[in-house]
Design a protein around this ligand. Structure first.
Ligand code: CUA
Length: 316
């Protein structure tokens, strides 16, 4: 479609999701276009054809037609159900990250994106990803709501303070693509711009290996000691708080009798608001670390707990 014009209307289709959403968008445009022309055309035609004329001043009343009623109810229903089923199918695809996805963490702040690769690389605004491999981005914000938006990938996801959100994509071609903040977040919102740089897998591995210093899990371990967490969270008889080895992804039983899965959101809450959900058998003695650790440090601590002996290996 864009080849007919001297300038592009649609951004590049650079992810596995892009052709899927574009096909559905095209269907919606065609159905809406045909309906608009049909209705407008009929109004115009019928109002001329059956206008008031001398000798035919009063219209003849025609009482209902079941066949007509059924036809104009069932036909649009069929077209709308196609939209529903097709849209739901794409929705489930877009919101179900494959289990083998490469994980990247992002923190939005006024006015930049801070990226953390789990092997150690950190970057600001620009995000490097491999082509042909699903990438799962875990987002949060340290101030207001931002929104991660890559038009060429057809993905958009809010980054919300106090919460982790996720989005995933798989780049299908190498290149540099616009990354926008799509939620008004203050004076320099329009300047909160970066790039997603999709690289061939070999080049990406090389990039990932260059300059990587300390992994988030290693920084988290240091922080765990600096903050004195290890004086209570330990595996011997002096432990006054739960041992965290193997905690990540495990089912936890709370004082209230409820159970939950210890995921990133629960660990974050336990660091910042420890009294919220106490583990069965323990007392509410942990102080809050709100204000003492940044969102990035919370992510480092999560990475450390995720990597702890007996736990699930952190995705590489
Ligand atoms: Cu961040 Cu708009």
């Amino acid at each position: 479609m864009s080849r007919l014009l001297p300038f592009p209307i649609f951004p590049a289709q650079a992810s596995t999701l892009a052709p899927m959403t574009d096909a559905l968008t095209l269907y919606l445009l065609i159905v809406s276009g045909v309906m608009t022309v049909l209705i407008a055309g009929l109004i115009l035609y019928l109002s001329i054809r059956y206008r008031r004329r001398p000798g035919n001043e009063v219209a003849t009343q025609i009482e209902g037609s079941n066949r007509l009623e059924v036809a104009w109810t069932v036909t649009p229903l069929a077209f709308l159900m196609v939209m529903y089923a097709w849209g739901a199918n794409i929705y489930f695809y877009a919101y179900t990250p494959p289990p083998d996805a490469l994980e990247v963490w992002g923190v939005g702040k006024q006015w930049m994106w801070k990226w953390q690769h789990l092997s150690g690389q950190r970057e600001i605004n620009d995000l490097h990803v491999p082509v042909g491999r699903p990438v799962r981005v875990r987002l949060t914000s340290q101030d207001v709501i931002h929104s991660f938006y890559v038009p060429a990938f057809r993905v958009k996801q809010d980054a919300i303070p106090g919460r982790y959100t996720e989005v995933w994509f798989e780049a299908t071609q190498a290149g540099t693509f616009h990354l926008f903040c799509a939620e008004y977040c203050g004076t320099l919102h329009s300047g909160m711009i970066g790039s997603v740089i999709a690289m061939e897998p070999a080049a990406f591995e090389q990039w990932l290996g260059g300059g990587a210093t300390v992994s988030p899990a290693q920084r988290g371990e240091q922080l765990f000691q600096d903050l004195g967490c290890n004086t209570c969270h330990r595996d011997d008889s002096l432990a006054r708080c739960p041992d965290l080895a193997g905690l990540f992804g495990r089912t936890v039983r709370l004082q209230t009798g409820q159970t939950l899965t210890a995921d990133a959101a629960y660990i974050r809450e336990s660091i910042l608001d420890p009294g919220a959900r106490i583990v069965a058998g323990y007392e509410n003695i942990m102080p809050t670390f709100k204000g003492q650790v940044s969102e990035e440090q919370v992510l480092d601590l999560i990475a450390y707990i995720q990597a702890l002996r007996g736990g699930k290996e952190p995705p590489s």
